[in-house]
Design a protein around this ligand. Structure first.
Ligand SMILES: Nc1ncnc2c1ncn2[C@@H]1O[C@H](COP(=O)(O)OP(=O)(O)OP(=O)(O)O)[C@@H](O)[C@H]1O
Length: 772
């Protein structure tokens, strides 16, 4: 009896949905604007209308809308947007939403922090919602939409936005990222999800391993940071993913630095894509509220400069970019021990995922300094609260620069950035300017530089683990420069190797084999290696570890050692239909110096003399100050407290201390070496003497036997014994100087130094004494 009742209820429900759709269609029809009518005057959509996609005819109507309210979005989406405090659309949202809602493929480009996320999250949720309503999309229909992000943190952030905007909806969504342990539980749930937010590696893993994983019904594919995902680092993984997706789908590509490569786009089988570059005509490629500066800092002073910068901005939230995990680890560990007076954190691809997420949220919440690799360079929003972006290591290209600085000055907020350029990297400044990056070149104020090299040297003596970290960081940095593609900016032969090593507190310059070979004219890694090959060899620079599938697997392996923690964390929520939330995702010891370069720092200079460097790294006359900006010569410090002046200072005392310490260490090592050699020589000498003695003793015994044969008498045995005994004493008390002590205290010469005649004479004496 119950069955027919529930069936009738279902029919009733379906009918009301059909009525809702009809209501919407009639509303759309009746509200069709006359040409020239003001789109802002559109009345709101009927409450609860299941609006998703629009057709080409209705598209133009929404082309001029400025608010989310005016768009053909469902009440639930609008409520979600309102709840997240989004009302006015940003330029990219205005430009892309109507197209996206029409089901068109889009290549969306807009400056960093301009709201691209919503530009794809809204159509995705709108479309999935529409599907849910119109064709009764259910778990059995499989995955309807996939959003791919290059990093785990970004995927997680996207997922949060989706949750917030889709709060009132009933679709299910899941976060699939590397570094999470409970893949099996993930496999059980993944088939029930309508929307997947994922990193390429993990998605591919599910495609390969999860039974019945079905993407054949996929409707919308989104690539956030599209140029990065289409880059060589992800090429194989992405090709494998694409090969398993249906060609009939909508594809949305968004990035601040969009790809226009025909080859890339062909891989994605885009259909007449809309290229929406809202800031293409803009004077600058970066946000207008971002104040960008660059300063020339010799490589061996970059740590001094960073330390001074941090000490001068203790009340700021600072994001520091370094080029490799090892450098991040070293700078973080060393600076932490030096206690700058502000909390320090670090983020890199070799960290366990939970820790990464924890650090990310902590940095969003409180004032601190975050040392990071490029893993944090794209997409992350850090609560729009980053005051400063400091690029200690030069970014690999202009794109990387734009994404790094884009972590500040997001949406309507302001921000500042500073780029430390080594004299050999100055070409980067030109490249940035060519790409419409309004960067102001400033000179260093040497007065406020606080050198840390001396302190680091002392730390490294105390903490051997830190010394090994420093060595690795040094080698990784040098190698990364060698592997950079842009040889105009990066030239490993121009690096002040010894000075750089000393600036990290290292007592000796670590040996770098490839550099040695390069100097001899043979490079280990050919310059013609593709980035992909290089990336396969090592995860360096613009290829953050997490972004390569290899990197992700490694992290997963590490994490697999940890048992018992589930993948269904509170951050990965499946929004289930009833609205309830369900839990868902090289060191060679330093012995030889490769190239003797003349130290720029004159150690014979009297301590306390101030040295000022110009932008080429050359010394300037004493007390030259570099505080003025190049353009007007006015003191930037006076103008703006926050602006960055550098600061070079009394370098002598520190460098003198470092050099003295190195000299002491060298002396100590020389002494130990000498002692070891002496000991070894002595041991070998003793061995030789013993062997000779053995031979002599044998000869002596033979002679004694002969003598015995010549002698008459009855106590031969006793005599022989006595003779042997004396012989033993005679030879056993060898001294090092070739003298032998006999048991009666008289000195006798060794068998080596007495002649045969003397030996015979001695034997006769002994025999005669025995006769007595
Ligand atoms: N319409 C809007 N109204 C108010 N705030 C918005 C709006 N759209 C986006 N934002 C906010 O602007 C900030 C930047 O947005 P988002 O992260 O989407 O930028 P993006 O263009 O994707 O940046 P990136 O290029 O770095 O990835 C976020 O804090 C977001 O909440």
């Amino acid at each position: 009896m119950k069955k027919p009742k529930s069936k009738s209820l279902r029919i009733q429900k379906r009918l009301s949905e059909v009525q809702e759709i009809q209501l919407l269609e009639s509303w759309l029809e009746s509200n069709k604007p006359d040409s020239g009518s003001n789109p802002l005057a559109l009345p709101p959509l009927p409450s609860g209308a299941p609006v998703g996609r629009i057709d080409d005819n209705t598209f133009s109507r929404y082309a001029g809308c400025k608010k989310f309210d005016q768009m053909p979005l469902s009440k639930k989406t609008k409520d979600g947007l309102k709840g997240s405090k989004f009302s006015k659309m940003t330029d990219i949202q205005k430009a892309s939403l109507p197209h996206a809602l029409c089901g068109r493929d889009i290549l969306g480009a807009a400056k960093t922090g301009s709201g691209k996320t919503l530009a794809f999250v809204i159509p995705v949720s709108a479309y999935i919602l529409e599907k849910l309503y119109k064709i009764r999309w259910g778990p059995e229909d499989g995955v309807g939409s996939i959003i791919i992000s290059p990093t785990r943190e970004l995927a997680s952030q996207l997922f949060d936005v989706l949750k917030s905007v889709g709060k009132h909806h009933g679709f299910s969504a899941g976060l699939l990222i590397g570094g999470r342990k409970d893949v099996d539980t993930e496999k059980e749930h993944v088939n029930d999800l309508n929307i997947l937010v994922c990193t390429p590696g993990r998605l591919l893993q599910h495609m390969d391993e999860t039974p019945n994983f079905d993407c054949s019904q996929l409707q919308v594919l989104v690539l956030d940071e599209a140029d990065r995902i289409l880059d060589v680092g992800f090429k194989k993984a992405l090709n494998a993913i694409i090969s398993q997706l249906p060609k009939q789908r909508q594809t949305l590509l968004f990035s601040a630095t969009q790809t226009k490569s025909v080859q890339d786009l062909a891989r994605l089988s885009l259909k007449d894509p809309e290229y929406l570059s809202v800031h293409e005509e803009a004077v600058t490629a970066t946000p207008n509220r971002l104040h960008q500066t660059a300063v020339v800092v010799p490589l061996d002073q970059k740590l001094d400069m960073l330390w001074s910068f941090i000490k001068a901005h203790l009340n700021s939230r600072i994001l520091v970019f370094l080029s490799s995990c090892k450098q991040v680890k070293f700078a973080f560990e060393a600076f932490k021990k030096l206690r700058p007076g502000i909390p320090l954190k670090c983020l890199h691809g070799r960290m366990k995922q939970e820790r990464r997420m924890g650090i990310y949220s902590q940095f969003c919440e409180s004032r601190s300094v975050l040392f990071s690799t490029d893993v944090a360079s794209r997409g992350l929003d850090f609560n729009r609260a980053v005051d400063w972006v400091v690029q200690v290591d030069c970014p690999e290209d202009v794109k990387a620069y734009i994404h790094r600085v884009g972590r500040t000055a997001r949406y309507l907020s302001a921000g500042r950035s500073v780029l430390f350029l080594a004299p050999s990297e100055i070409k980067m400044l030109e490249k940035l300017q060519e790409e419409k990056v309004p960067i102001q070149f400033i000179k260093a104020n040497t007065k406020r530089l606080q050198p840390v090299s001396g302190l680091l040297a002392a730390l490294l003596v105390k903490h051997t683990d830190l010394q090994s970290l420093a060595q690795r960081a040094f080698i990784t940095y040098v190698r990364s420069i060698h592997k950079q593609r842009d040889k105009e900016v990066f030239d490993v032969m121009k690096l002040p190797i010894e000075e750089f090593s000393a600036s990290m507190g290292l007592p000796m310059t670590p040996k770098i084999r490839f550099l040695n070979q390069k100097m001899k004219g043979n490079t280990i890694y050919e310059e013609s290696n593709s980035l992909e090959e290089v990336a396969a060899k090592e995860n360096l620079l613009g290829i953050p570890e997490t972004m390569t599938s290899a990197g992700e697997l490694k992290d997963e392996e590490e994490e697999d050692e940890e048992v018992g923690k589930g993948f269904l964390t509170s951050k990965d929520i499946l929004l289930v239909e009833d609205g309830k939330e369900t839990d868902a995702a090289d060191l060679v010891p330093a012995t030889r110096v490769l190239k003797k370069k003349k130290l720029k720092i004159n150690v014979h200079r009297p301590v306390g003399t101030r040295v000022v460097f110009d932008e080429e790294g050359n010394t300037l006359p004493p007390l030259a100050t570099l505080a003025d900006t190049s353009s007007n010569g006015s003191s930037q410090l006076d103008k703006d407290k926050g602006a960055f002046y550098i600061l070079i200072l009394l370098y002598d005392a520190a460098s003198f201390a470092v050099n003295r310490r190195y000299a002491e260490l060298r002396e100590e090592m020389k002494l130990r070496d000498k002692e070891d050699k002496l000991l070894d020589r002595q041991r070998r000498k003793e061995k030789r003497i013993k062997e000779k003695m053995k031979v002599k003793r044998g000869r002596r015994e033979e002679e004694d036997e002969e003598a015995e044969d010549d002698l008459s008498g009855s106590d031969t045995e006793a005599n022989g014994v006595r003779l042997n005994k004396k012989s033993k004493i005679y030879f056993e008390c060898d001294t090092d100087d070739g003298e032998r002590k006999v048991d009666n205290g008289k000195t006798a010469f060794s068998a080596d130094s007495i002649t045969l005649a003397e030996q015979e004479e001695l034997a006769l004496k002994l025999l005669s004494s025995m006769d007595k």
